[in-house]
Design a protein around this ligand. Structure first.
Ligand code: FES
Ligand code: FES
Length: 163
């Protein structure tokens, strides 16, 4: 079947079988391999994407359900020139990346949080990441990176408002 959607800001149409998941559509038909396959049963968050403003595990969404939707993947979260975003840079700066399998999902979940709640507490950050499992970092550095990004964005917005 034909599936049309807005993917990372661009309208696309792709021909794919109706029984595959959105995760398979992204990775195998659209070659967007930044979205990771972990558990494949909705428990780890490695496959998280933003669909119509909501954080979803793409392994639990059938590809036809994405028809007509707007989807942002990890590839859509870098800067317009292709460089790493402030949040992505902070994951590196704060040592929040080890094996890396969970990181795209973590960053997508963090951006979904910051879009709705630009000034979260550490506890709110932890709550927002409850569906994203990391076996390596112990989460502390991940929370540090998100908190630092929220802080820097808030200060930037305040300086722009004052200018
Ligand atoms: S791969 Fe989708 S939640 Fe784990
Ligand atoms: S960095 Fe390895 S699972 Fe999170």
């Amino acid at each position: 079947m034909e599936i049309s959607l807005v993917l990372n800001g661009k309208p696309i149409t792709v021909e794919a079988p109706a029984h595959i998941t959105l995760l398979e559509l992204l990775r195998e038909y659209l070659e967007l391999t930044g979205t990771k396959e972990g558990c494949d049963i909705g428990e780890c968050g490695a496959c998280a994407v933003i669909m119509d403003g909501m954080l979803v595990n793409s392994c639990l969404v059938l590809a036809p359900q994405a028809h007509g939707s707007t989807i942002t993947t990890i590839e859509g979260l870098c800067n317009a020139d292709g460089s790493l975003s402030d949040l992505q840079e902070n994951f590196i700066t704060y040592g929040a990346v080890q094996c890396g399998i969970c990181i795209p999902g973590m960053i997508v979940a963090a951006e979904a949080l910051l879009a709705k709640h630009p000034t979260p507490t550490r506890e709110e950050i932890r709550q927002a990441l409850i569906g994203n499992l990391c076996r390596c970092t112990g989460y502390q550095q991940i929370v540090d990176a998100i908190e630092a990004t929220a802080y820097a964005r808030r200060h930037l917005a305040e300086s722009v408002a004052r200018a």
